[in-house]
Design a protein around this ligand. Structure first.
Ligand SMILES: *Cc1c(COP(=O)(O)O)cnc(C)c1O
Length: 410
């Protein structure tokens, strides 16, 4: 436990969207023009009284915020060490933290006079959250999705369509997330006046890593206050799963200047061989992806490597630029939880507390169980980023209903 708490620098990012050497904007000039407009609009609009008031009202009356912090007493007792607390982002409308930034992006679009939200989606979680925001604001929504993912994620495709979004199938290349990004950027560039591109995590070119973090900051602000109210002190450790890193930056940003240890949990997948995991901060090297610089899992040529995780929301070869910088500064540390440990977190939280977590969030739960056993006392606050409804069929059909069944099938 030797993180340097006092060292968090000036307000990140700098004028050019850099977090130390990371972030920035590596995109074609015509796209840069549009990103600059979004940046300027964000700095002006999001500081106005009316924007802040409207977002506050949406969070309270539509999303159901504040979400509670829950003391997982039975889970803590079972682990027999530190006390575990859960920030219940699974209780957000639509069942995950993603709506926090999608409603912010949608509101910005409304203030900018845009008519259409455009994005890509992998497993469909970002697409569903953005389609929800579009429906709320009465905006059009166009979600680009690889044909392979469309076939795999039928329920989310159905949700997006019910919410009024147009799902654009992407049929070139590997027909997954990377191609969907290219397709969405292309569509956006055809009509940047009426549409706005909405990124689904703290990734992509400036200003998205900053904007998405700011919209997710509410998770950290709320939970800090709630935790203080409940216990009279701050948690010793705050942990969260890291895909692109938005739910983690959201909760971490509330504690960044406190003497609290911040731990990002990365997916160790089925092994630590390249291609079998997505532990980017742990094993990546600085590189470029999707228009920004970050820790990146790379093949021999320096291209983004194939990645895998049991949780489809975590299988991204890059990680947010702010995570990359805070790792170098020693302010955030990163730990790895593999598929089997994740299943243990998933089954255990369901059985012991009556909360079925998303497989992404189950990584953080599993880590908190492990750490609680090692710590003799103290407290751990876990960001429970989402609920597990989307994972029920996959988990039970593939691994069964408990660890014994899961072990026999792995
Ligand atoms: C998408 C998703 C994640 C991963 O995204 P981050 O940007 O790393 O937060 C984590 N948990 C849930 C429930 C998700 O849907």
């Amino acid at each position: 436990m030797s993180q340097d708490y006092a060292h968090y620098p000036k307000q990140y990012p700098d004028q050019t969207g850099h977090f130390g050497q990371y972030g920035g904007s590596y995109i074609p000039p015509e796209l840069q023009v549009e990103m600059d407009k979004i940046t300027d609009a964000y700095h002006v609009i999001c500081k106005t009284h009316s924007f802040i008031e409207e977002l506050r009202s949406i969070r309270k009356h539509y999303q159901g915020r504040p979400t509670p912090v829950f003391h997982a007493g039975r889970l803590s007792k079972m682990c027999g060490g530190a006390q575990i607390y859960l920030k219940r982002e699974d209780l957000n409308h639509t069942g995950a933290h993603k709506l926090n930034h999608c409603m912010g992006e949608g509101l910005l679009a409304k203030y900018m006079g845009k008519k259409k939200l455009i994005a890509e989606t992998g497993a469909g979680q970002h697409g569903v959250a953005l389609a929800t925001a579009a429906a709320y604001f009465g905006l059009e929504c166009e979600i680009h999705m690889g044909e392979v993912d469309i076939a795999k994620e039928a329920p989310n495709v159905t949700r997006m369509k019910l919410l009024g979004a147009t799902v654009v199938p992407v049929s070139f290349g590997l027909k997954t997330l990377k191609e969907a990004v290219d397709s969405a950027f292309e569509a956006y560039l055809k009509d940047p006046v009426n549409s706005i591109y909405c990124i689904g995590s703290v990734v992509g070119p400036h200003p998205f890593p900053m904007m998405v973090r700011d919209f997710q900051n509410i998770v950290g602000v709320e939970s800090r206050e709630q935790f203080l109210d409940m216990t009279g002190s701050l948690p010793d450790v705050v942990c969260a799963c890291v895909g692109g890193g938005s739910n983690a930056m959201g909760i971490f940003s509330g504690f960044i200047n406190d003497p609290v240890q911040l731990i990002g949990i990365e997916p160790g997948g089925r092994s630590l061989n390249l291609g079998d995991h997505a532990a980017t901060a742990a094993f990546g090297k600085p590189g470029l992806i999707h228009g920004f610089k970050c820790y990146l899992l790379q093949d021999e040529k320096g291209d983004p490597a194939p990645v895998y995780s049991i949780a489809s929301g975590l299988d991204y070869p890059g990680v947010g630029p702010e995570h990359s910088a805070l790792k170098d500064e020693g302010r955030i540390s990163y730990e790895i939880i593999n598929d089997l440990e994740t299943l243990d977190g998933f089954y255990t939280l369901s059985r012991v507390e009556g909360i079925i977590p998303a497989l992404e969030s189950a990584h953080a739960v599993a880590y908190s169980m492990k750490l609680a056993r090692e710590m003799k006392h103290g407290s751990i606050l876990v960001n429970l980023s989402g609920r597990g409804d989307k994972d029920l069929d996959f988990v039970t059909q593939t691994y069964g209903f408990n660890m014994k069944e899961a072990r026999s099938r792995l």
